[in-house]
Design a protein around this ligand. Structure first.
Ligand code: AMP
Length: 282
C-alpha cells in the first residue's frame, strides 16, 4: 500500500507542486472527505489526464447553512487516505480552517444571477457563496489545469463553470458521471448517516427520476412533474423540491428540451439528500 503524503499547509503543498516539471498538467479533485466510489471515480478520471493529481479534503464551514449538518458531517481521514492510496499516488491537501481562511482572506462576491434563485440556491441561502469562495481559494492555491466535479451536484457544477467563465480562470472543468450504489441510490458521504431502513427508503429519489423518464415521452414537463411528486409521495421522505429544468440555465421549463433534467432534494429524517438526472432525450 502506498504511503500518501498529506499536506496541511498552503506553503508545503505549493513547495511540492513547484518541484514538479512545469509542462506536467495539474489535476485537482476538491472534496469534503468521507470518500466513496463517487469521489474515487473523480480521482480515476484525473489520472487519465496526468499523474500529478491533488485531492483536497476540507469540510468547508462557509457552505453549510445548517450548523447541525456541519457538526455531524462525517470526518474519516484515515479511511480516506487508504481509499486514495488504492487509486494512485495523489497529493492530499487537508488544511485547517485557519489555513484556508487567514485574517487577510478576501471574500469574493460574485453575482450568480438566476443560478442562485432556484433549487439549492433558494433552499440553502449562502451555500453557493461559500462554494464559490472555497473553490476559488483552492484554485488559487493549487493552480490546476483541470478540475473534476461530479454531476451528482449538478447546480454546483453549473455555478463553478459560471465562476470560471466570469472570472476568466484558466481551469478546464471536467464533469464526471454520478456514481450510484447497486440499488440506484447516488453515493454520498451523507449516506453514512442513514440507517438500514433509511437506505431502503432513500431509493425513492432515483426511482422517481426513473419513473419520470418513462412518463415524459407522453406528457409535458408540468404533467410529468406533478405525476412524479405523486409518485414520490409514497415514500416517508419529506420532499423539499422536485423540478424539471433546462440543463444549461437550470430554470424550470414548460416545453421539453433535450437533456431536460429532474433535480430533487428531500429529507430522510434529518439527512438532506439530493439527486438529478436527464429525464427527456439527451
Ligand atoms: P463532496 O465531498 O460532497 O463535496 O463532493 C466532492 C466532489 O465529489 C463533488 O464534485 C461532487 O459532485 C462529487 N461527488 C459526490 N458524490 C458523487 C457521486 N455519487 N458521483 C459522482 N460524483 C460525486
Amino acid at each position: 500500500m502506498r504511503d500518501l503524503r498529506v499536506f496541511n499547509t498552503v506553503h508545503s503543498l505549493r513547495e511540492r507542486l513547484a518541484s514538479e516539471a512545469r509542462e506536467k498538467p495539474v489535476c485537482f479533485v476538491p472534496t469534503m472527505g468521507a470518500l466513496h466510489h463517487g469521489h474515487l471515480n473523480l480521482v480515476k478520471q484525473a489520472f487519465k489526464l496526468s499523474d500529478l493529481v491533488v485531492v483536497s479534503i476540507f469540510v468547508n464551514p462557509t457552505q453549510f447553512n445548517n450548523p447541525a449538518d456541519l457538526a455531524n458531517y462525517p470526518r474519516t481521514l484515515e479511511a480516506d487516505l487508504e481509499s486514495l492510496a488504492s487509486v494512485g499516488d495523489v497529493l492530499v491537501f487537508a488544511p485547517t480552517v485557519d489555513e484556508m481562511y487567514p485574517p487577510d482572506f478576501r471574500e469574493i462576491d460574485l453575482d450568480l444571477g438566476a443560478l442562485e434563485t432556484v433549487m439549492e440556491g433558494a433552499f440553502r441561502p449562502g451555500h453557493f457563496k461559500g462554494v464559490v469562495n472555497v473553490v476559488k481559494r483552492l484554485f488559487d492555491i493549487v493552480e490546476p489545469d483541470y478540475a473534476f466535479f461530479g454531476l451528482k451536484d449538478y447546480q454546483q457544477l453549473a455555478v463553478i463553470r459560471y465562476m470560471v467563465q466570469r472570472l476568466g480562470l484558466g481551469v478546464a472543468i471536467i464533469p464526471c458521471e454520478t456514481i450510484r450504489e447497486p440499488d440506484g441510490l447516488a453515493s454520498s458521504s451523507r449516506n453514512l448517516r442513514l440507517s438500514e431502513q433509511d437506505l431502503v427508503d432513500a431509493r425513492i429519489l432515483h426511482d422517481t427520476i426513473s419513473f419520470a423518464r418513462t412518463y415524459s415521452p407522453e406528457h409535458n414537463p408540468e404533467e410529468t412533474r406533478k405525476a412524479s411528486m405523486e409518485y414520490f409521495s409514497r415514500s416517508p421522505l419529506e420532499l423539499e423540491y422536485l423540478e424539471i429544468v433546462d440543463p444549461d440555465t437550470l430554470q424550470p421549463i414548460e416545453q421539453w428540451v433535450p437533456g431536460a433534467r429532474m433535480c430533487i432534494a428531500a429529507y430522510c429524517g434529518e439527512i438532506r439528500l439530493i439527486d438529478n438526472d436527464a429525464v427527456f432525450g439527451g
